[in-house]
Design a protein around this ligand. Sequence first.
Ligand code: NAD
Length: 503
Amino acid sequence: MKKYQNFINGEWRDSVSGNTVENRNPAKWDEDLIGLFPSSNEEDVNLAVCAAREAFNKWRLIPAPKRGDVLKLVGDIMSNRKEEIAFEMTREMGKVIAETRGDTQEGIDTAYYAASEGRRLFGYNAPSELPNKMNLSFRMPIGVAGIITPWNFPMAIPTWKIFPALVCGNTVVFKPAELTPKTATTLVEIIDEAMKKVLGNDYIPGVINLVHGKGRVVGEAFLSHKDIDLISFTGSTEVGRRINEVGGRMLKRVSLELGGKNAQIVMDDANFDLALDAVLWGAFGTTGQRCTATSRLILHKKIHDMFVEKLVERVKKLRLGYGNEKDVDVGPCVSETQRNIVHSYVEIGKNEDKATLLIGGEFAIEGELSKGWFYKPTIFVNVKPNMRIAQEEIFGPVLSVLKCEDLEDGINILNGTEYGLSSSIFTNDVNKAFKAVRDIQAGITYINGATIGAEAHMPFGGVKGTGNGHREGGWTVYDFYTEWKAVYIDYSGKLQRAQIDNY
Ligand code: NAD
């Protein structure tokens, strides 16, 4: 049985305690044990943070374009290994291989974007109010970045955080989700390989460190460690709130990407075939386990019955199975616990006043499916906006369908949750589309597209309970990983005083 390790100060090593946990295939639980991974503790975190702190003083002095060269090579290696990474990711967390290829591709795109940012990282300059004086500003690295990630995008999400952190000159301590340690290990192997190749004799151990383990042990140790300067977290609202509380008290910079309760609106003037394809993809892709998954469908009352009928026909045709096999549309839930959470929401929905379960609502256990954590794609109709299945994140293949009177009503329903990550509207009326862009409260709005499918070079994140105002992706994430330094250069030969000598 292959035993995997942490990566600390440039070396692969066991956890201090020597404890390990199993990683298994959620589609073939009993028969496919992937490996044993370290169950680390505070001591491992401390070793990793010390290594990262020490490395920071060297890494920040490597010119940013050279740091970018490392990321360029990371992108190349990931491209060469894309098929293997995708296969192993499907094996580890269950989504179908087309999606794990996409997850890997997002990492590759992010690597190339970060590589080119090494040659930008633009600052601003501004005129001085005094003669013979120049004002400049620069982006400076911050220090040690603690990166904590979930299991649903085991490659893309870590790369959104780690690549910009590194190219800006920060060092990294990375704690991946307990359910996806293998993909995280591969990512760190690749980064280290690229570091060694690009830096040669100038290789700096400790720039990237990986500590596997439980959130409430390893993650908690990140929060309270005085030498972690910033924490970037993607995960549940509950844990995000805790990170913000502790991080806030310690004056750490904290970026949070949390839950969602995303909705797709379909107006009566829409292209229904497109809207149907979109909701199938948005609600049941990744088995509904995306932060941007479509978990509410808001239909104009005139088309409601017709649309629901077509939707149910399409859902019946979805094929469940192990995502590395041919012709599979929907993989398993990531774990037994996650499947139980999904089912508990279905029970809540069945008991809510007048919500009607149309299809699904049970474990899928036919034949080979009995070996994994499969759940049947599920649809509720007659859902009212205040019901729990319309308000709370389920994170599984469950879609709640609501009816709206008109555009305004649809947008009000869409906005009526504590979250604000992704949103979508299908309409062929340009006026309605622009009103929706203006009035929908979400970090992402798609016109005639599903709620999923963010591109690596665009800002990613949500409003309201989905986050704390930061954005990942594109140019925006670089604000999180750098601190501004203002520089004044006086070449007048006099001691000039702003505000006093000039006005
Ligand atoms: P989770 O919050 O349980 O875990 C996320 C990470 O935090 C894991 O690495 C976990 O080990 C760690 N963690 C757990 N407790 C911790 C603690 N006390 N201190 C520090 N770290 C701790 O979430 P999950 O189940 O892995 O992922 C699902 C959630 O993530 C969903 O709510 C989903 O909406 C959210 N998510 C959000 C986005 C986004 O961009 N907004 C993207 C993907 C997932």
